[in-house]
Write a protein that binds this ligand. Structure first.
Ligand SMILES: Nc1ncnc2c1ncn2[C@@H]1O[C@H](COP(=O)(O)OP(=O)(O)OP(=O)(O)O)[C@@H](O)[C@H]1O
Ligand SMILES: [Mg+2]
Length: 365
């Protein structure tokens, strides 16, 4: 167990700790019906995600910026017997939404399986403590439950990240869990039955499609919600500004005045290169090899703020974001460099108010 002092010093707190006051205020003022095993009603979960005010006036910060309907569909799914699959290109907040959903529904976002090509069946079912297994034989005490098994036993949400990277035979061990809501433990002649409140949120990356495509048997047990890339520049600027402000606080960076212009610049470059055309639609562009996601825009601006705060004059300048942008765009030193160079000389160079940025970006090459 971590003490309070240690807990405060962790780099990143779990959503249920970071937003404990919001969750408590929402629960206290929540007079809508709650699905069995849930800490909040579905409506309150959506308020937690999208922001608003609790009954006692507590301000709820928006976590997800985007479509309310999408979040309603996601939350409603969790109240049914189907699991939730969040699908989307990188950086569309799949992991982020999954963590906040688990925190709001069951007060625990830590029952997490990270899917990789090497994820073993034990990560979804259970394993054994071999020292105990050898000395005592199979027993409850020798069993090492997976996060999924613990979620079943406690009636909570289990999270599986990057489900499509998990080998197919391991994925299939989820089928019984999701359809029968039980996990047999033949070694003990027992089974673990899921308590009410149990469900699974999985995330998968669009780009991994085809890596280990979900079997149709498994896919039928999920409702899929596709998280889109932000629709417009202003929406994306809003997302980046909010996340950068929150991250800056968490990292205890010296505070700087808001830098909306610089954020808009980063977002514009990312969007134009991602979409393969300038925002006004007049110039066609080549797209670089890497993904220029919102998540990367957030990290470019955060890095820029650290530069400005520690080495600059306290204002976020074009030169503070230029190097970060070039680094994010040019992932392949040959082909991306060409794409970037062309964009720099044909678009950025001519753009009004972008002179300083153009110079800084050229120097940063
Ligand atoms: N619509 C959005 N609303 C709020 N935050 C967003 C939004 N889109 C992206 N973000 C932010 O982007 C960051 C990255 O999101 P996250 O890691 O959840 O992406 P992901 O979809 O899981 O990506 P990957 O496929 O690479 O795992 C988070 O800090 C999140 O806050
Ligand atoms: Mg993710």
């Amino acid at each position: 167990m971590t003490s309070t002092v240690e807990a405060q010093a962790v780099q990143r707190r779990h959503a249920e700790d970071e937003f404990a006051a919001e969750l408590a205020a929402l629960a206290a003022g929540d007079d809508r019906p709650r699905p069995p095993g849930w800490l909040l009603s579905p409506a309150a979960v959506v308020t937690y995600l999208l922001g608003g005010t609790a009954a006692d006036g507590t301000v709820i910060i928006p976590k997800y910026v985007g479509s309310r309907r999408l979040m309603e569909v996601a939350v409603a799914t969790l109240a049914t017997d189907r699991a939730l699959l969040l699908l989307g290109v990188p950086g569309t907040a799949k992991t982020w939404v999954s963590e906040h959903l688990a925190a709001a529904v069951s007060g625990d976002s830590t029952l997490l399986v990270q899917g990789t090509a090497g994820t073993p069946e034990e990560a979804i079912r259970y394993g054994w403590n071999y020292a105990r297994l050898l000395s005592e034989g199979p027993s409850r005490a020798a069993l090492v439950p997976s996060p999924v098994l613990r979620a079943m036993a406690d009636g909570r949400i289990a999270r599986i990240e990057e489900l499509t990277r998990v080998p197919s035979d391991v994925q299939d061990s989820l089928i019984t869990v999701l359809s029968e809501k039980t996990l047999p433990v033949p070694e003990l002649g027992e089974e673990v039955q899921a308590r009410k409140g149990f469900n699974v949120i999985a995330t998968a990356n669009d780009r991994d499609r085809g890596v280990n495509e979900l079997s149709s048997a498994l896919r039928r047990r999920f409702n899929t919600v596709v998280l889109p890339v932000p629709a417009g520049v202003e929406e994306e600027v809003d997302i980046v500004s909010r996340r950068v402000a929150a991250l800056g606080k968490a990292l205890e960076l010296p505070e700087l005045p808001p830098a909306v212009d610089e954020i808009r610049r980063v977002v514009t470059v990312f969007r134009e290169l991602r979409n393969g055309a300038t925002e006004d639609g007049r110039t066609k562009l080549k797209s670089p090899s890497g993904t220029l996601s919102t998540a990367e825009a957030i990290s470019v601006v955060t890095n820029g703020l650290a530069l400005a705060a520690h080495f600059g004059d306290g204002l976020l300048r074009p030169s503070d974001v230029a190097a970060g942008i070039v680094g994010a765009v040019v992932k392949d030193p040959v082909s991306d460099q060409v794409v970037w160079q062309e964009y720099l000389e044909t678009v950025i160079r001519e753009r009004e108010g972008w002179r300083d940025f153009y110079r800084a970006a050229r120097r940063g090459e």
